[in-house]
Structures are given as structure tokens and as C-alpha cells.
Design a protein around this ligand. Sequence first.
Ligand code: 4AD
Ligand code: MG
Length: 430
Amino acid sequence: MRVYIEDIAKYDGQAVTIKGWLYNRRSSGKLHFLQIRDGSGFIQAVMSKAAVGDEVFTTADHLSQESAVIVHGLVKADARSKTGFELEATGLEVVSESHDFPITPKEHGVDFLMDRRHLWIRSQRQQSILRVRHEVIDAVRDYFNSRGFILADAPVFTPAACEGTTTLFPVQYFEENTAYLTQSGQLYNEANAMALGRTYCFGPTFRAEKSKTRRHLTEFWMVEPEVAYADLNDVIELAQGLVVSVIARVLDTRQRELAVLERDTTKLAAVKTPFARITYDEAVKILADKGLPFTWGGDFGSPDETALSEHFNGPVCVTGYPSEIKAFYFKPKDGRPEVSESVDVLAPEGYGEIIGGGQRLEDYDLLLKRIEEHKLPREAFEWYLDLRRFGSVPHGGFGMGIERVVSWICGLEHLREAIPYPRMLYRLTP
Ligand code: 4AD
Ligand code: MG
């Protein structure tokens, strides 16, 4: 019976077939120890000449890494094995051989691996990250779906900027037009929220970020909820609930992967609501106390965010960023318009901003003024202004970057490992 390695515990003592690839192998003369992977997990098949006969035993002795194989065997509980089980091989079929697989168990440089990303993802570590990513995405969808949110996706080709004109990717759109790859689905989300009440979009977003930091990709996945009749406080509650529920899910279902990644899960388990909440003003004081050169009005860089999250030893919500450094759509604070009704959620352990959002500007005249101040093409925003013409209400939402969250949960050094095929300033292949 063909089974997947992840289900192996159900077949203790039974004869099974595993279809996969040879990950690694060693021999002691009398026995071959074959590490088999099938995409769902890894298992050791122990092969003796007595069990399989001369021919198969000799074939196995010459098999090289990543050869496609079908292994028949008996499932045996084994306390020494990481998975708790081993396979006592009774047969082996070679489906296709692999020679000189470039990624060997030795250490390789990151560029070498990135150039071979399509093969690198076969490694145990990379598979574990991709499994955690899958779980994060699934948990995100469950969180919104179970709370009455309707998924309504935003277009990828857009006519104008959402997050500032400096990071737009232009695309030739037939003969006459230029389209831009979306930076965020938010503006469409706002329209959707006025139609559906609670909505979210979830897709790839693009930023022509010329920065070469560990935290920036040019293409990343973002989930963006938007809620009608919501204020900044509602947005914060929704955001921290999401983070906690995503972490709880990964801790619940992906311990095996987190162990492969050697992640200290106690730090994740300690993440509880409510998160620490500070204003931008307070953040500036904290940075000054720590001796960081930061003045009111600036945007936090990585070292600032790291210092803030370390100060609280957990996620922290920073509210009230200067309106100047935020996008045109933020609601200015009543009585203090130089400050916006915005929030960023900073992850602990130096992972920085994982969520950005806030309350939107619902007033028609002020919004128009902001569009003009930001020198945005008014025609492209007429439809967006309609939302303020026809039954405008207070509303808000946020965007959470999936790779930032995966990177934090997995304890990665760099966002490039948190997505199957990263796109960065100097990386467009494979
Ligand atoms: O803070 P940002 O730019 O917010 C927006 O785009 C809003 N329109 C979202 C909304 O309110 N609906 O981006 C949101 C999140 C960041 O907190 C970060 O997690 C992620 O998206 N992000 C990036 N992730 C990887 N690479 C980049 N270049 C990113 N830029 C933003
Ligand atoms: Mg942001």
C-alpha cells in the first residue's frame, strides 16, 4: 500500500510502499541506510542483502542523491529515529537516477543556493519553512473566514500608486497605457468594505525597493483586512488577534518543522494579547533614552525597530506616526493633524514591522486635499473619492506581510528564505 511518510505512525508493523527520492545514504557493508524523502517527510530505510537479494542490494549501493525511488518495506517503531519509525526495506525500484546533484550535504554559499532555489527547496530546512508558510497562510484565512470577513481580491494591474510613487513597477499595458503592479490592495479593499462590511484581500504585492535589506522583497504576499465602521482601536484588536492566532496554529501543528529549524518556541509561546502599545512620541523618547540618533518626524529604520521591540520583549503596537511620513489616506488625529491614526505592529527578536495600517480619512474635502498635496493624479482617484461621496463612514484596516511573519516564526535571518522564489533587487531567477 502506498503511504506518505507523514502518516507512517498509522502503519506500524505493516508492509508499505513509499514513493520518493533518495536524500542521503550510508552503508556499513552489510546494511544500507537510505534516507528517503517523499515531500511529506523523511524516513530511514534499512536494507539488508538478505531481505532484498544481491541485485537490489548492489543497485542501492550505487544510488546517488536525489535519485527517484520507490521503496517497499515494513514499518518498525524505532525510538532512536527522529520520526519514531524506520522502514525495514523489502524492495526497491529506481524510477530515475540523479547524478551530481549540485546541493550536497556540505555547506554552500547563499548565492550558490539561491541560483539553485528550485533544487534547494528539496532540503529539509527549506521544506520546513515552506510548510510553516503554508500553515501561516491557512491560519490567516481561517481567522478572517471564521469572523465574517469576505475574501474579495484586488487587482494586480493598477492605474495609480497606493503607497507612494517611488516604489512603483510600471508595466506596458497594451499600446497606450502604463499600468503599475499593485503595492497594496487597500484602496479596493475600502470599496469592498463599503459593499461587504468586513472584507480582506490576499495576494502578491510589489514594491520597487532599491534597498538591499534582509527585510525587503520586491514581490511579497500581503493579507489586508478592511472593516467599515471601525476606528484605530478596532484595527489594533483585529491585528493582535490575528498574530496570536497564527502563532498558536503553527505551534500546534508544526512542531516538527520548528524543531528542524531549531527555533526557540518558548519565545513564540509567550506572545499574548494585549500587545504593548505606545505612541510614536513615546517611541521617540525610548530611542533617545537608548542613545539612538533619532528625531521626531523621521521613519524608524531597522535598528530603531529592533531597539523598540527589544525594549518590550514582545510585539509592540506603535500608534500615531507623523502624517508627513505616512500615505495620503490616513486619518489625521483630531486636534493634532500632524499625527496620523496609524499603527505599526513590530515583532520581537529584531524582526521589525510585520503589520502596517490604521484608520482611513473618510472626509471628502480633506482626502482631496491630501491627494493634491501628494501630487497624485486626481483622475485615477475619482473612483476612490466616490467612497467619500456616497455614504462615507469611519473605517480602517491593515496589511500583514506574510514573509515577515514567516521569517519571524521560523527565526530566519533573511526574508529570501520565507517565499518559494524570492524577488529582490538583484534576483529575478530562477
Ligand atoms: O506598511 P505597508 O506599506 O502598508 C500598506 O501597504 C497598507 N496599504 C496596508 C493596509 O493598510 N491595507 O505594508 C504592510 C506590510 C508591512 O508591515 C510588511 O509586513 C509588509 O507589508 N511589507 C513588506 N514585506 C516584504 N518586503 C517589502 N518590501 C515589504 N513592504 C511592506
Ligand atoms: Mg509600513
